[in-house]
Design a protein around this ligand. Structure first.
Ligand SMILES: [Zn+2]
Length: 405
């Protein structure tokens, strides 16, 4: 897992096939020059032109995978509960861990992550991104949201006496002026997008309830969008989802209690769903579910049902697992579960490459196409047919540089 810094030279990559982010091309080859893909196609049309030939027999070459929902500053909750990570871990400890998480993510073939909140670690995603971009540590390209926005009183850690003020895992802001300032402050500190929590388990009963009003959400979207940035909404309840969709949020994270009507609205408004199946699967196991032995918990049966409703409605599906809840580097768990929950392997592979690139406005990646960034992964076998092959990573290239070979 050494981070070899190499001069980006020219390579002719010869796998068994190329998955270009949309379709599979048997026998195609890819030529890389500098940090870009220079040519793609059948061997006869793509000569080596003096570049180093890299034989990748037995593999499928594809775009670097794009993780739609990560938290590089969190580690699995069965190691340390979320509350304790937020309240008891030094930020220096969290950042030190995050540098290792970043390397593991890249080694797993994920060359980009949309990192959706530092969860109490302030703006530390910004520095992490800079360390990767400056080549100080190995890691994926990062889209960061910094602290994320929550309505006052709605988030956690919670459960303390009402007279105690407890630091929160995201930034509280409400109402016209405070929300405008918070969005602009986060952008100024480095946020590439704004993350909001449209609902959360709230109050003594701890049921999930909508938080921001529709007008507040519209305001957040307007302020973010005027700077060219999108808004990402955590929403699990139908009403939280409805408000996020109507306000113009670009993606809904989780969406567990969506309904056919809500998914129809998402389709109509062009809002994408990031289902985070792997997070629910992991949390159920942390609570004692023995996967493969015990019957599936009710919460997961419901998730299967609502995910199918989203597919039936034709909602755009992002691939994002909420990794951090489970181990970094194990990102592909989400892809395996997406197939288990009813998607075709080819559609899942499109989701984690070209679809995520389109939804996250990353026109320079997500496809194997001349002129795009040479972010490429070769895996043994063919994940467009057998999804678990996506875990058999042989080669990882980011910006024309090999990070695993
Ligand atoms: Zn998350």
């Amino acid at each position: 897992m050494s981070h070899r810094r190499q001069e980006a030279v020219g390579y002719l990559l010869r796998p068994d096939r190329v998955f270009d982010g949309e379709t599979v091309h048997e026998g195609w080859v890819v030529r890389v020059k500098g940090d870009k893909i220079e040519a793609v196609g059948p061997p006869a049309s793509v000569p080596a032109d003096g570049s180093e030939v890299v034989d990748l027999k037995g593999t499928t070459l594809m775009p670097g995978l794009i993780e739609g929902h990560s938290h590089l500053l969190l580690h699995p909750y069965n190691e340390t509960p979320w509350d304790d990570q937020v309240l008891k871990e030094a930020r220096s400890l969290r950042v030190a861990r995050a540098t290792v998480h970043a390397q593991k993510t890249l080694q797993a073939g994920f060359t980009t992550v949309r990192d959706l909140g530092t969860e109490g670690a302030e703006y530390d995603d910004v520095g992490l991104k800079q360390a990767i971009n400056q080549g100080i540590i190995a890691g994926p390209r990062m889209i960061v949201v910094t602290k994320a926005l929550i309505a006052t009183g709605s988030y956690g850690p919670k459960g303390f006496g009402p007279d105690i003020t407890v630091p929160q895992g995201a930034e509280e802001a409400d109402g016209h002026d405070a929300l405008i300032q918070a969005v602009r402050r986060q952008i100024g500190k480095g946020a590439d997008a704004i993350k909001i929590y449209a609902d959360y388990r709230w109050g003594l009963m701890a049921e999930a309830r909508p938080t921001f009003t529709l007008d507040e959400l519209k305001l957040i979207v307007e302020v973010a969008r005027s700077s060219g940035r999108g808004v990402v909404a955590h929403a699990g309840t139908a009403e939280g989802m409805r408000r996020a969709i109507l306000a113009g949020c670009e993606t809904v994270e989780h969406g567990d209690a969506g309904t056919p009507e809500i998914f129809a609205l998402m389709k109509k408004q062009g809002t994408a769903l990031c289902p985070t199946l792997a997070a629910g699967d992991a949390i159920s196991q942390y609570r004692g579910w023995k996967k493969g032995q015990d019957p599936e918990p009710e919460r997961m049966k419901q998730k299967r049902a609502t995910f199918k409703q989203a597919l039936d409605a034709g909602v755009t599906i992002c691939a994002g697992g909420d990794v951090g809840v489970f181990s970094h580097g194990d990102n592909a768990r989400e892809l395996v579960l997406m197939v288990d929950y009813g998607m075709k392997p080819l559609d899942v592979m499109r989701s984690v490459t070209s679809t995520n690139a389109d939804v996250f406005h990353l026109a320079d990646r997500g496809r194997v196409r001349a002129g795009l960034l040479a972010d490429l992964v070769a895996v043994a076998g063919d994940p467009t047919k057998t999804i678990t092959d996506v875990q058999r990573v042989q080669v990882v290239m980011k910006g024309g540089v090999f990070f695993k070979r």
